[in-house]
Design a protein around this ligand. Sequence first.
Ligand SMILES: [Zn+2]
Length: 535
Amino acid sequence: MFKTRTSKCIYKVVNTIVLFSLLILRTSQASNVSAEEVAQGDILYGVDYASEADAAPVFTDVPYSYWAWEWIETLYWNGVTAGCSTNPPMYCPEDAVTRAQMAVFLERGVHGSDYQPPVVGSSSGFNDVATSYWAAAWIKQLAADGITTGCGGGNYCPEDPVTRAQMAVFLLRAEYGAAYNPPAVGGNTGFNDVSNGYWAAAWIKQLAAEGITTGCGNGNYCPEDPVTRAQMAVFLVRAFYLPTIFHPACGDQNPGDLSEPGNPRNWTQYNALQPQITYDATNFRVFQTEMHNRIVTVAVQKELSLEDEFGIDRWQPEELARFVQKTWGIYWREFGGFPFESYTVVFGKGLSFERGGFGLGFGSSLLNSGWIAHEIYHAWNGNAFRQKNERFWYLEGVTTYYGNRQSTTPFEDSMRTFIGYYLDYYDSGKDRPIGDMSGNDPDYDHQFVAQKGAVIAYLIDLELHKTGHHLGEVSRQLYEKYGILSEGTPSNEEILAVINNVSGSDFTDFFNKYIYGMEKLPVTREQEVIWVCHE
Ligand SMILES: [Zn+2]
C-alpha cells in the first residue's frame, strides 16, 4: 500500500529565525559578480553552501543496477513517493500500480509533493470507495480535478491495475486539465500494436509526441499491459518535469563517496563579510537540508509569484527549493566537494542586497531553472576558480552548458537553440574569436560569449567523450588546481593543458581553430544533440 512521506525525509521547513542565525554565512570578494548578473540586475546571494545526497540507494529493492533507479529516486527526492515500505525502505518497482495509488501519484504531480486533499466528508462520490478507504480523499479530488470519471456504473475500481492506455489519458488530463483533447491521430499512431481505431489511440500518440513515453520496445506501446510502479516513476518525472538527478541516458551510475567537503585552502577569506541578507520566517519560507554535516538553505519570499517572476510554471516554493538543493548535489558530485561550508540561497522580489556575493542573485529579473543552475555552477567556475584576465569563454560558456544540462528544459532542445544562436551570429558576419573576450571589454557581448561558449563546451565534451572522458573531469582538475590549491588563475594555455592531460590527446588544433580563431564550428541547425554522460 502506498505510504505518505515519513520522517525519513531529510527535507524540512525551518520556521524560526533562530535556526537561520545558526548558519554560518559568508560572502566572497566583490569582484566575483558575473557579467550577466550585473547586466540583468538580478540579486541573490550566495553565501556558502553544501549538501549532498547519501551515496547509498534510497530503496533496498532499487539498486543502482535497476533500469529505472534514476527515475524512482527522482520521484523520491521530489517528495512524490516514500516507497511501499519504510523499514526497510522499499519501492516495489515491479508491482502494478492500482487506480488508488495512481490517484495519489497524479494529485502530487498536479498540486505538488506536500499537497493534502480536502477531507473526504460524507461521500467519496463513488459507490465502491468508502469514506474510510485509505485513498478516498485522493480519489475524490482526482474526480474533482476532472482527471477521472471512474470506471463506470458509479464506481472507481480502486484496486484494479491501471493499463498503459488508461495512463496515457490520465497523465495528459493531469497535465492539461479536464477539458483537454489530444490532436486527431492522423495517419498512424506510431506504434505497431495501437491501431488508429483503438479507443486511446490519439492519447497514446500525444503521450509519445510529448516525449513522455517511447513505448515498451520493438515499436510497440503495450496498451493493455498494467503500469508498473517503475514505469509510473518514468511517466510522472517526464509528465511533470520533475528535476532529474541523473540523465537517464547514462545508465547505471554510482555517486561514490561524497563525504569529503573539498574546501579550498583559502576558503577562510569568505569569513570576512556578513552578507546583507535580510529574510525572516514571516516574509520568507525557509527550507533547509543537511547532508554530510553540510547545510544548504533556500529562502523564498512568500509574496513572490514564481510563475510571474521566474517563469517557472507549476513550481511551488518546495519544488524550487528541491531543485536548488539537488543542483548543488549534482555539482558537488561532479567536483568532488564544495568550496564552502554551508550555502544560503534567497529568492526575493525588490530586495536590495549589497552586491558582492559569489554569483547567486535571483531577484527581480526573469529567471528559469537553467539560469538558477548556471548561477549555482559559478560557485566553482567563477568563484573557486576563474580564468586569467577574465577571459570568459570557459567561465560563461562551460557554466551555461551546465545550466542547459540541469535545466528542466530538455537538454537536446536548449542546445539546439544555442547552436541556432551561434549560427545566427555566424551567418550575419558577427562571429568573433572567443578566446580573448573579457567582461571588461567595452564591446563585450555576454549573450555571444555564453551561447557560443556553451556550444564550444559541448563540442569539447563530445571530443572528450571519444577518449572515454568528459568535461566534468576538466572542470574538476581546474577546481582542484586553481581553487583548492590556489595556483593562480588558468590561462587558455593552462586550460588546454588540463584538457590534454584529462584526454591523453592533443586539443591544440581545436583551440587554434575555435578558441583563438573563428573557424566555423562543426554544427548545424538540424543536427542531433547527444547527451554526454559525466559519471
Ligand atoms: Zn554566468
